[in-house]
Design a protein around this ligand. Structure first.
Ligand code: PMP
Length: 424
């Protein structure tokens, strides 16, 4: 396998099975899972409702292709269209977030007859040729060759960079001015803005609420479409909202919305939602052989039904609120923690060295110590110095307390290692 496919931990971890919010390694050790395989086990491990739907469908037929009608696919498309907030919506299923964003870029550039795209600095949208071309995070963009001309704008990195010292209102105004300035420098029409409401790989950073509504006013002056990449932020993870874009609600829904990761609770299911005139603008055939297969859409339907019936968005808000409070209390006495941020069950812990600079070393160490404490967390940020906390949305209060205690122990050990003089 390629060298760029990296593993977590000094001693790689091999997982054998999971249940609820816990996973076990091959030696039988149990871990509380605060990462869900990169926000993908969204509901729970081995959720009986999803397992049953997958097993039953697998026993009937694994694959038919989109040449034939499939009840699960049609029903899931109808439910997602209704939930999306996009009027007269159409849904196209893919196998991944990358493929969903690639489809959204194809639609937007075809509809607008332009290959110019606005993207956010520090963003991540996938690994394909078109999606690395709109990925502002250099660590994840291995080539500058591109089918698109991309213009990067400010907005998601709130606490560092040239606008860090501004208030939220001033920050939004500065970003809108930057957007206008960038648009003023291009002689061609721009097709779309693609943006994550909360940047995932970028370290769970987000703009002030309302920034995309302010952007939307500018985009509308030019007819530029807005693609909201909800691959990490969708389905209620952020607690207050079902979609990340709703923190900018004054804008109304985006023109296109992409999803993947959590909807299949581990099955490879993604897709793009767009209003009919945008979705239907392609004048050639298009098909994703595996996109929306009967097994993945059966899983998606069972998962979505469970999520809505158990109000997991409300759970993310309540338990996530408690978890972030606990983590802020832990961080208060630890200079190695620069910031605890996030909303719902999407929480970032940014780490810095004694001189205040980003510390990837501290984050690497924190991963080792949390593992020792029986807790799995993720890592992200432009400098790989942010711990990413994104447990399954069924997380209980007791499990949140358990994870917060493990993080407290781990972060104290990191504090001592990076600055032995500081005795927390
Ligand atoms: N968009 C966002 C916001 C993501 O976080 C990711 C995956 N980390 C992708 C797109 C790409 O999804 P996938 O890995 O399923 O192709």
């Amino acid at each position: 396998m390629p060298e760029w496919l990296s593993l977590y931990y000094r001693e790689p971890l091999q997982l054998s099975h999971g249940e609820g919010r816990y996973v076990w390694d091959v030696e039988g050790r149990r871990y509380l899972d605060f990462y869900g395989g990169v926000l993908t086990t969204m509901t729970a491990h081995a959720l009986p409702e999803v397992t049953k739907a997958v097993a039953e469908q697998a026993g009937r037929i694994l694959h038919t292709s989109t040449l034939y009608l499939d009840r699960h696919m049609v029903e899931l498309a109808e439910r997602i269209a209704a939930l999306s907030g996009i009027p007269d919506a159409r849904v196209f299923f893919t196998t991944s977030g990358t493929e969903a964003n690639d489809a959204a870029l194809l639609l937007a550039t075809s509809f607008r007859r332009s290959n110019q795209i606005l993207a956010m600095r520090n963003g991540y949208h996938g690994r394909s040729f078109s999606t690395v071309a709109v990925t502002g995070n250099a660590a994840w963009s291995p080539t500058s060759l591109s089918p698109l001309q991309t213009l990067y704008v400010h907005g998601c990195v709130r606490t560092s960079g040239p606008y860090a010292g501004l208030t939220d209102g001033q920050f939004t105004d500065a970003c809108v001015a930057d957007l206008r300035d960038v648009l003023g420098q291009t002689r061609r029409d721009v097709a779309a803005l693609i943006a994550e409401p909360v940047q995932g790989v970028g370290g769970f950073t987000s703009p002030p609420d309302g920034l995309y509504a302010a952007f939307r006013e500018v985009l509308d002056e030019h007819g530029i479409l807005w693609i909201s990449d909800e691959v990490q932020t969708g389905w209620g993870r952020t607690g207050e909202h079902f979609w990340g874009w709703q923190a900018h609600a004054a804008s109304g829904p985006p023109d296109l919305l992409t999803f993947a990761k959590g909807i299949g609770n581990g099955m490879s299911l993604g897709g793009v939602v767009a209003r009919a005139e945008v979705m239907n603008c392609l004048d050639a055939n298009s098909i994703s052989t595996f996109g929306g297969s009967p097994v993945t859409t059966a899983a998606g339907l069972a998962n979505l039904t469970y999520l809505l019936e158990h109000d997991l968005q409300g759970n993310a808000r309540r338990v996530g609120g408690l978890l972030i409070e606990r983590l802020r209390a832990v961080a208060a006495g630890l200079p190695v923690v620069r910031e605890v941020r996030g909303r719902g069950l999407m929480i970032g812990i940014e780490l810095a060295g004694p001189d205040g600079s980003p510390s990837p070393e501290a984050a690497a160490l924190a991963l080792e110590h949390t593992r020792e404490q029986g807790l799995l967390v993720g890592r992200g940020g432009r400098e790989a110095n942010v711990l990413r906390i994104a447990p399954p949305l069924t997380l209980t209060v007791a499990e949140a307390e358990e994870g917060a205690a493990a993080l407290a122990t781990a972060l104290r050990a990191v504090q001592h290692a990076v600055d032995p003089k500081e005795r927390p």
